[in-house]
Design a protein around this ligand. Structure first.
Ligand code: ATP
Ligand code: MG
Length: 561
């Protein structure tokens, strides 16, 4: 491609609202263009990168035996009503009506669509297993679309769905997909971690995430350097903490204006772990009204919100989400904010598993300016609610855990019969009996990867792509376009590389040399050939973008003469 014929435009100005360097560079180098909140055009350079990432994914998915298809982006709501998600899925699901007043959704994920596609076609266990995937658009009306392509509203996902006649066979495919994903992310040349992930109310170890390691990542990971344990904090475990028990006798004490754990611990000179932390959250219910959930955890711990939600949804499956409830809302419901504690009545009350039955804790006494040492003797609901902290002991080997930040770029999940059962999707087993399909699903954030890779691989000058992902493998820069011999050699090299099948960009613009170099650095193309002053000695300068290493190459050698 000749720069003078291309749609490549770079800018010097750092765009407003672009916090991350990946976002800034992708905008400045003309890879992407914002259309609306969380909606982007991929310009030719961005499109090339997307296609390259797709090819890597496709190659490995096909090698694993999966087949590619393409499902409708606009999905009839009737499918989502069958699975129950039309009502349950939050505002991220864009619902709309057509001219005939029929309900539709823009697919944020396609479990319903694939079940409907396979149902009735695959009739016998003999046609299983099956793995179907697509690389297609998704729409999620994200509350906080940000970071360029990392959290978009419209984005490209690779989503695969597998169908099995037994749970053992699902386990086999899950392991195969993990291996396939490792190959994909290895080929992309990124630094990543595979972590245990939240499996929702189902629980168990049926979910793993692929996290690209980056400081800007929205996910917190727990990593054990010693034994390799790695988990998303949402599902993270730790070795049970053995907090020494309080020996206080049960008694009420006056604690005017002492509301927080820190204030209490300091004023009463007791460790935080002798205090019972009471966290109230609002729960939005499918039925329409909202309820109050009370979580009791150790005063030295923090509540992990995903675990907290899972605990509630296990008690009542129509709980849609937790929200931060205001002091006013709590007060209007009769709660004594700041002094809530054991005995306070919530619609849901859950204790952390590490709260000791029969132990004495300082707790709010549910009346103003008062706390009490109380014995915990009945806990109706218990669950792991704790956000594991850095330094807590690894659940596998006991060594201290570390926190890392990651961007979720892939997720593999054992669905079991979650969709096939409500949608009545069955096959006939060996005995001729109808059974629900046993399913797995496997996602990769394809457009997110463009930004995530750019974040991990860029430097202070601009983007740095690995070859294979880069929009062009090399770029020829003619230092002075008015110099006839420079122009002639540049053209010859361009034609030679193109003939050899190399994806090459020729900077044939009438621009200053400095501007060309700056653009080369910003665009992140792996190799540059500079046709400039060294031509007088019969040489061309080859520049490796990653290290900015330069070497002189004989003209004859590079032109293959
Ligand atoms: P997140 O926790 O980041 O919101 P998710 O767990 O909701 O993601 P999945 O439903 O697991 O996402 O979707 C599969 C993959 O799609 C994710 O691993 C991620 O890489 C990508 N993805 C999800 N949401 C977005 C988005 N808003 N923009 C771009 N990519 C996304
Ligand atoms: Mg996910």
């Amino acid at each position: 491609m000749r720069m003078t014929q291309s749609f490549i435009y770079t800018t010097k100005e750092t765009p407003k609202d672009a916090e991350l360097k990946s976002h800034q560079y992708l905008l400045r180098a003309g890879y992407i263009q914002q259309v609306g909140a969380g909606i982007y055009n991929l310009l030719p350079l961005g499109f090339e990168v997307l296609e390259n990432i797709k090819s890597v994914i496709r190659e490995q998915m096909n090698a694993s035996g999966a087949s590619e298809l393409s499902l409708g982006f606009v999905t009839p709501a009737s499918l989502w009503q069958k699975s129950g998600r039309f009502e349950k899925y939050g505002k991220e699901l864009l619902r709309f009506k057509d001219r005939k007043d029929q309900d539709f959704v823009l697919g944020p994920t396609h479990e319903e669509a694939i079940v409907e596609c396979v149902k009735g076609r695959v009739k016998s266990y003999k046609q299983l297993p099956l793995n179907l995937y697509q690389i297609h658009l998704k729409f999620r009306d994200e509350l906080r679309a940000r970071f360029g392509l990392i959290r978009g509203r419209e984005f490209v996902m690779k989503d695969a769905y597998s169908f099995h006649s037994s749970y053992e066979d699902l386990d086999r495919e899950f392991a195969l997909m993990e291996k396939t994903y490792r190959e994909i992310f290895d080929s992309l040349g990124v630094e990543y971690a595979v972590v245990e992930a939240d499996s929702g109310a189902i629980g168990g170890s049926g979910s793993k995430e692929f996290m690209l390691l980056a400081d800007c990542g929205e996910d917190t990971l727990l990593v054990c350097k010693d034994c390799g344990y790695a988990s998303n904090i949402e599902a993270g475990k730790r070795k049970k903490k053995d907090y020494p028990q309080s020996t206080q006798a049960p008694a009420e004490i006056s604690t005017p204006s002492l509301k927080s754990i820190d204030e209490l611990s300091l004023a009463l000179n007791i460790p935080a772990y002798h205090i019972l932390k009471c966290v109230a959250k609002g729960v939005r219910m499918q039925e329409g009204e909202s309820k109050v959930a009370i979580f009791f955890i150790n005063g030295a711990d923090e509540l992990e919100e995903t675990k907290a939600y899972n605990a509630i949804s296990k008690i009542k499956s129509s709980a849609l989400e937790l929200y931060d409830i205001s002091a006013q809302e709590l007060e209007s419901k009769g709660y004594c904010v700041g002094f809530m504690g054991l005995g306070c009545k919530g619609d849901f009350v859950v204790f952390d598993e590490e709260i000791c039955e029969g132990g004495v804790y300082l707790s709010g006494a549910n009346k103003s300016d008062t706390h009490a040492y109380i014995k915990v003797d009945s806990m109706a609901h218990r669950a792991d609610l704790v956000a594991v902290q850095e330094g807590d002991a690894c659940p596998c080997c006991g060594k201290p855990l570390m926190h890392k930040k990651g961007i979720e770029v892939g997720h593999i999940f054992k669905l079991g019969e979650k969709y096939s059962a409500p949608m009545g999707a069955t096959f006939l087993d060996v005995n001729g009996k109808a059974q629900n399909f046993i399913m797995g699903c496997y996602g990769i954030g394809v457009s997110r990867l463009i930004s995530a890779i750019a974040e991990q691989k860029s430097d202070e000058r601009g983007l740095v792509w690995e070859s294979g992902i880069a929009p062009y493998e090399c770029m020829i820069m003619i230092s002075n376009i008015k110099n006839d011999s420079q122009r002639e050699i540049g053209e010859r090299l361009y034609k030679k590389l193109k003939k050899d099948g190399v994806k090459v960009l020729l900077d044939d613009r009438d621009e200053r040399f400095g501007a060309k170099m700056t653009d080369f650095e910003l665009l992140g193309i792996p190799v540059g050939y500079l046709i400039g002053r060294s031509l007088e000695e019969g040489k061309v300068e080859k520049i490796y973008r990653k290290e900015m290493r330069k070497e002189l190459i004989d003209l004859a050698q590079i032109l293959g003469e």
